[in-house]
Design a protein around this ligand. Structure first.
Ligand code: FO1
Length: 313
């Protein structure tokens, strides 16, 4: 079983590659839920939905989130009532939120609802929310504001200088059923090229998960989300300084510290591989990590698994 710590878009593309090299039934994605929000009374889970839609082949190819061929009739009608437009729910996407909110309201935990949603989309990779509890990434800006992650990321376009990021509700949260067992029994644990601060660290911050990562006999191999000193998608670069991490493939490996057994960097960061090996004492592979098409994602996944296999022996 391969367990992938996953955020949104980068993880979705990596998982699309992984299913080309191993059967989906052998893959568990432990997914960040700290981006999640209540909007119009609906529970929105952007990272779970991005991965579901990517793996189901229905994601919007341009935006890499939400549904392809989407319309926004409801969203524009909601504006009539003064609803803000900075976070738009498409008409097709709304069905997912309506179903999820109804089922949560019936008392099902998010992990059970996620099983229903992935089954409905024919997704065989098992998606596990990191926790069934409500946790929220709060972004504290240098000008004194305390923003929900989505306010920072979408409404403010990631522009404000960030003083610190915290996981609201994290201390009281528990790993979702199956998460710790999956990590301890894994053949490999993979860190997707997701945002280190607001996707991977927000998974690790759930009490019990970081301990399971340190305890598992499985090799832990990550893929750098930073290529050539810049973030591939999203805005990880703006958040790394707030945790004192350098915006580079080496800087992120240092940030993950002794968690890693292996690190995969892009060809543009080949010069980092020596430092990764010498300074961090871990294995490093250099390959193409720009997953512009599924073939590249598949080759990347193959390289990651090959490195993990070599470390397991
Ligand atoms: N991102 C935007 O930049 N603008 C939006 O209006 C927006 C709406 C949205 C709706 C549902 C959903 O699942 C994701 C959505 N996103 C939007 C993307 C979202 O902010 C990101 O996918 C993650 O939170 C970051 O990984």
């Amino acid at each position: 079983m391969h367990v992938v710590l996953s955020g949104g878009v980068g993880a979705a593309r990596f998982l699309k590659g992984l299913v080309r090299v191993v059967p989906p039934e052998e893959i568990i994605a432990v997914v960040n839920v700290a981006d999640d929000l209540w909007l119009h009374g609906l529970r929105i889970c952007p990272d779970l939905d991005s991965i579901t839609y990517h793996l189901a082949g229905v994601v919007d190819p341009q935006r890499q989130w939400g549904r392809g061929g989407e319309s926004d009739v409801v969203a524009s009608e909601l504006e009539r009532f003064g609803a803000p437009r900075w976070f738009t729910l498409g008409d097709r996407d709304l069905a997912t939120h309506l179903h999820r909110t109804e089922r949560l309201g019936a008392g099902l935990p998010l992990s059970s609802v996620t099983e229903e949603v992935t089954a409905a989309f024919g997704v065989d990779v098992r998606l596990l929310p990191a926790t069934d509890d409500e946790v929220t990434t709060r972004v504290h800006t240098a000008d004194g504001r305390d923003l929900h992650f989505q306010e920072y990321w979408v409404r403010e376009r990631g522009e404000p200088t960030v003083s610190r990021v915290e996981l609201d509700g994290g201390a009281a949260a528990a790993p979702a059923p199956g998460v710790v067992e999956a990590l301890l029994d894994a053949d490999s644990v993979l860190l997707a090229p997701s945002n280190p601060v607001v996707s991977i660290d927000t998974i690790r911050a759930i009490p019990g998960i970081d301990a399971a990562l340190r305890q598992t006999p499985a090799p832990i191999v990550g893929v750098s989300p930073i290529v050539g000193g810049a973030v591939v998608r999203g805005m990880a670069d703006r958040l790394l300084p707030s945790v004192g991490a350098e915006v580079s493939a080496l800087g992120v490996a240092r940030h993950y510290g002794d968690l890693l057994d292996g690190w995969v960097v892009d060809r543009r960061d080949a010069q980092a591989s020596a430092a990764v090996r010498d300074e961090l004492g871990i294995e490093c592979r250099v390959t193409d990590t720009m997953m512009d098409d599924p073939e590249v994602a598949g080759a990347l996944a193959g390289t990651v698994l090959e490195l993990a296999d070599g470390l397991r022996r």
